[in-house]
Every structure is written in structure tokens, then in C-alpha cells.
Design a protein around this ligand. Structure first.
Ligand code: TRP
Length: 333
């Protein structure tokens, strides 16, 4: 990051919850894009442990390992700690400070109308969970980030961050950058049971699986339920295996979808082709992953120096925030 000082590059803040070992949905939907973005932007990639606590605050014993696994998968995917600050949210307390200030600028009814809140409020109705998007807005604005790479599901949250920055500026004078979403074309990836791929459904292919585990798991994947044996005509549309072929098999429309439709290609052979292509694509990532796993102290050092780089930035922004609000009491000028 230092070698680029002096250039005025836009700033990106990306965030992900520490769910533990990440899967190929996380890789293809987010990480590959972040790896591209690190070349063009000044980038901060945050593992948002406080956001995880909004749902899982009772048993925190697994959190440290989940943070570690996510950091390893970030590095395995190709995030380069010399180009991007990789860090843990709770190690940069300025996120919490701006969250508190933002919480004054938004009403409870506005927050309680957000779909992400409505979906879970029956299970989860804490003050902290209601404020989830306010904390996310603080994550972004405390860097004065210009862009936030997210999927469409996060649209309202980024809009809220933009709105909070606008409200702050209107009240206290121009201080904060009004951030925008950088929507990523996220390929549809379904899990073994044809629901959205998610670690919590246990229907995922983890980045860190061995090649044999990958093969075994792919064998359990649903395919077109009407195609019972080779020879039966199949429908690749919406088939979880075909959706993966579209990512990992060049020319999948001709080489997979067509012979599936005619019945020439059976599900067993189709899955074994995918296994080979997927394992080939993941091999370099898995090699890097194994390498970082061998030296855990280096992973924690990446997070420590990432937090230092992040703090260098958030300290400057929070100083401006305190100045604008005239709560920088001991400052003489
Ligand atoms: N809400 C995001 C998600 O569920 C995670 C997140 C928290 C985030 N803070 C962020 C994403 C800041 C981008 C920027 O995916």
C-alpha cells in the first residue's frame, strides 16, 4: 500500500462475516472480484466479527477459529497483504465509535422496516441486531470509502450508508464521502440440496476440501429429478451441477447442456467431469491455503498489520468527524 502513496486512488471497503471455512459460492461471488479490485484501488477487507455477534452472541468459543479460517481463505484466494489491508473489525474500535454517532441520525422505525431485519426479527430482536445496518454503514464511512463491492441483497444497506453520510454532512458540514455499491455479477450457485449454497445448510463445497472430499460431496448433489438414468432426457436449467459447469467448464452449453438434454450424457459422467474441472480450478488456491495453514503465526501477523493500516486511516477520518461535530474538546485550533 505504501508504494502507492501520493496517487489518488479511490477507496474500497469490503466486508465478510466470519462464518468459518468459506465455500466456492464465497469464492466465485465475492473473493475473485476482490482479488481483481485490489490491483486498482486502495482496499480494506474487513472480517466483521461484531456483525456475527448480532446473531451468535451466546457461544463465542468458535469465533477465533472462524476468523482464522476466513483470513486463510482470503489469502488462499489471492488477496495480497501487501496490496490490501486484511483485518478484523473489532481490532479497529473506530468502527464502534462512528456506529454510535450514526445511531443518533436514524430512527428506529426506518431500521425496523428493512427486509433484512423483518426476516429475522422473530428470532432476533435485540438492539444490536436492529442496528446491524448502522454498524455496516460505520464500517464503510469510517474509511471514507467510495465503493463497496456487494451483491444485490445488500443494496438497501449501502443505500443506508450513503444516506447516513449525507445526513451527517448536511448537519455538520461536508466531512464524509457518500459511498456507493459496486454491484458484482454474482453467479447463481446452488448447494447439494438445490438451495442457495450456504455453510449453515451443510450443502456447500468448501474451498479447503480435499479433491477426494470434493468428489464425494459432488456425488450427493441433486440433479434434474426427472432424469433417473443415462438415456433419459435431462433439463440442465436450474440443475446445481450444470450451474457449476457454467463456471468451471469452458463451452459447457455445447459440451454439457446439449448432451444432457438428449440423454447422451448421464449424471454420473457429468459429475465426474465437473469434479475434475473444479479440482483443477481450485488446485492453486488449495496449495496456497495449505501453505498459510502451515504457518498460523504469519496469518495472525497479516491481521495485526492489516489492523494497523486500517487504524491509520480511521484515526484521520474520526478526527474530521469530531472536528465537524465540535466535540474535539482539547484541540486548541
Ligand atoms: N452485511 C454484509 C453481508 O452480510 C457483511 C458486511 C458487514 C459488510 N459490514 C460490511 C459488507 C461492510 C460490505 C461492507 O454480506
Amino acid at each position: 500500500m505504501t508504494e502507492r502513496v501520493g496517487q489518488h486512488r479511490e477507496i474500497i471497503l469490503s466486508g465478510m462475516q466470519p462464518t468459518g471455512a468459506l465455500h466456492i459460492g464465497n469464492l466465485e461471488g465475492a473473493l475473485r472480484n476482490w482479488v481483481r479490485l485490489q490491483e486498482q484501488y486502495e482496499m480494506y477487507s474487513c472480517i466483521v466479527d461484531w456483525h456475527s455477534l448480532t446473531a451468535e452472541f451466546e457461544d463465542t468459543s468458535g469465533l477465533k477459529d472462524k476468523v482464522f479460517q476466513v483470513a486463510v481463505d482470503f489469502l488462499a484466494a489471492g488477496l495480497d497483504p501487501n496490496k490490501v489491508a486484511i483485518f478484523v473489525q473489532s481490532e479497529v474500535p473506530e468502527h464502534a465509535e462512528l456506529h454510535l454517532i450514526f445511531s443518533m441520525l436514524i430512527t428506529v422505525p426506518t431500521l425496523s422496516r428493512l427486509p433484512t431485519y423483518l426476516e429475522k426479527k422473530d428470532r432476533l430482536d435485540s438492539y444490536g441486531f436492529l442496528g446491524y445496518p448502522v454498524l455496516q454503514a460505520a464500517d464503510i464511512c469510517v474509511y471514507n470509502a467510495n465503493k463497496v463491492p456487494v451483491g444485490k441483497d445488500q443494496e438497501k444497506h449501502i443505500w443506508l450508508a450513503n444516506d447516513l453520510a449525507k445526513r451527517f454532512n448536511a448537519l455538520y458540514g461536508p466531512t464524509l464521502v457518500e459511498p456507493e455499491a459496486l454491484f458484482t455479477e454474482i453467479p447463481l450457485i446452488l448447494g447439494s440440496d438445490a438451495r442457495k449454497m450456504s455453510k449453515s445448510y451443510n450443502n456447500d463445497i468448501a474451498i479447503g476440501m480435499t479433491e477426494a472430499e470434493t468428489e464425494k460431496k459432488l456425488r450427493t448433489f441433486f440433479t434434474d429429478p426427472k432424469k433417473l438414468r443415462k438415456g433419459d432426457p435431462g433439463n440442465p436449467d436450474g440443475c446445481p451441477i450444470y450451474l457449476l459447469h457454467r463456471i468451471y467448464t469452458p463451452g459447457a452449453a455445447e459440451s454439457i447442456a446439449s448432451p444432457c438434454r438428449t440423454g447422451e450424457l448421464g449424471c454420473v459422467a457429468c459429475k465426474s467431469q465437473l469434479t475434475n474441472n473444479l479440482n483443477d480450478a481450485l488446485r492453486p488456491i488449495r496449495e496456497r491455503r495449505a501453505d498459510w495453514l502451515n504457518r498460523p503465526a504469519d496469518v495472525w501477523n497479516v491481521l495485526a498489520s492489516g489492523a494497523e493500516k486500517a487504524k491509520a486511516r480511521t484515526k484521520v477520518v474520526m478526527e474530521k468527524v469530531r472536528d465537524a461535530m465540535k466535540i474535539n474538546y482539547r484541540k486548541t485550533t
